[in-house]
Ligand binder design. Structure first.
Ligand SMILES: *Cc1c(COP(=O)(O)O)cnc(C)c1O
Length: 357
């Protein structure tokens, strides 16, 4: 199997081999030490401030999106939510379910948020901002510097879902005025799904303690307090956390977060170069290094996904809903190489020879 989806993605062998081991008991100093190191590496890789903290939630990325919304905001808040696709729509739904006031910036698919659009919301009393910095469903990356500048000027608390962007695109919580950033184990961390990560600035930690918990499993006060001793309130996905540990340490040894971002951006550039002669349009006005969204001009996007999966053992990422026939996505996260890019583009060329595309 060769997997170019946007998650779960391919893992390195050292990550896979941990998955084959017995899962150890976790209320031990040894596991606490692993968790402490996970926390400090996550802070280092996201540019969190010295008193910032990290919470590891057992649950996919959406669990951490929900934890952020429930623990940081209440009915007194007024949020601004960027909705440019299915992940933006998820933040909208979370606000609705939890009774939090919000306005939505609705964007057309493939379109980024402009400065003019954003500044129309200036001076309107917003207290929080929710954005999926890379809207993975359409492959559009928003301008984090611009959003951070806006929130800083307006005194708005900024929550960034960087689930598919962390390790693929540059991000610096302090420089970009990000109060909370969220990621997940199965994207560029390239581990199995099951764990998501919330990095909180010191201001965000304070905000969590200023709000009464409204939910038991996702109570961040409880998670932060337990985390002080390297533990979690409930049994976490111990095996995945050990895999995340190996992965974070390996990134650190290889030169740190910038080296990893350069590796992924190199793969993205290589792929985008290789598809130039194919009947494909890249359909995003602002790309992340994590994903290339492609509109095939001659055939249904979903048919290409099916043929590659069934006849070539290669998985690209299909889209759902209205975009099913319009676009597919090719991920550049996970244990992929430029040789893998060649395998995929050779398969596309075969489909062209076969007059399928
Ligand atoms: C993958 C992803 C999520 C999380 O989805 P889960 O299925 O809950 O892991 C959230 N936001 C974005 C932008 C993502 O790419």
């Amino acid at each position: 199997m060769l997997n170019f989806t946007v998650g779960p993605v391919m893992s390195e062998d050292y990550v896979l081999s941990i998955g084959a081991e017995q899962v150890p008991y976790f209320r031990t100093p040894e596991f606490s030490a692993i968790m402490k190191e996970n926390e400090s590496l996550m802070k280092e890789f996201t540019g969190a401030d010295a008193d910032g903290r990290v919470v590891f939630i057992t649950g996919s990325g959406t669990a951490s999106m929900e934890a952020a919304v429930v623990n940081l905001f209440d009915e007194k808040d007024k949020l601004l939510v960027v909705n440019g696709g299915s992940f933006g729509a998820r933040f909208v739904k979370l606000c609705e379910i939890h009774g939090i006031n919000f306005d939505e910036i609705h964007l057309e698919y493939g379109k980024s948020l402009t400065r003019e659009e954003l500044w129309q919301y200036s001076g309107k009393g917003y207290t929080g901002f929710l954005v999926n910095i890379h809207e993975t469903s359409t492959g559009v990356k928003y301008d984090t510097d611009m959003i951070g500048e806006f929130c800083d000027k307006e005194g708005i608390f900024l929550v960034v879902d960087a689930i598919s962007s962390f390790l693929a695109d540059p991000l610096d919580m302090q420089k970009q005025h990000i109060d909370v950033m969220i990621t997940g184990s199965q994207k560029a961390l390239a581990c199995p799904p099951g764990v998501s990560v919330i990095v909180l600035s010191s201001a965000a930690v304070k905000r969590v303690y200023d709000h009464d918990p409204k939910c038991m499993y996702l109570d961040l006060q409880d998670a932060l307090t337990n985390g002080e001793r390297g533990q979690t309130p409930f049994t976490p996905a111990v095996g995945v956390l050990r895999q995340i540990h190996a992965r974070l340490c390996s990134i650190k040894e290889a030169g740190g977060v910038e080296t990893e971002i350069n590796r992924i951006s190199g793969l993205a550039k290589d792929f985008r170069e290789r598809i130039k002669e194919l009947p494909f349009e890249i359909c995003s006005d602002s790309l992340s290094n994590a994903v290339t969204p492609i509109h095939p001009t001659t055939v249904s996007a979903y048919d290409i996904f099916t043929v590659l999966k069934d006849e070539y053992g290669i998985w690209i990422c299909p889209n759902g809903g209205d975009l099913k026939d319009k676009i597919f996505r090719v991920g550049h996260i996970g244990a992929l190489t430029t040789d893998d890019n060649k395998t995929l583009t050779d398969a596309f060329k075969k489909l062209q020879e076969r007059k399928i595309i």
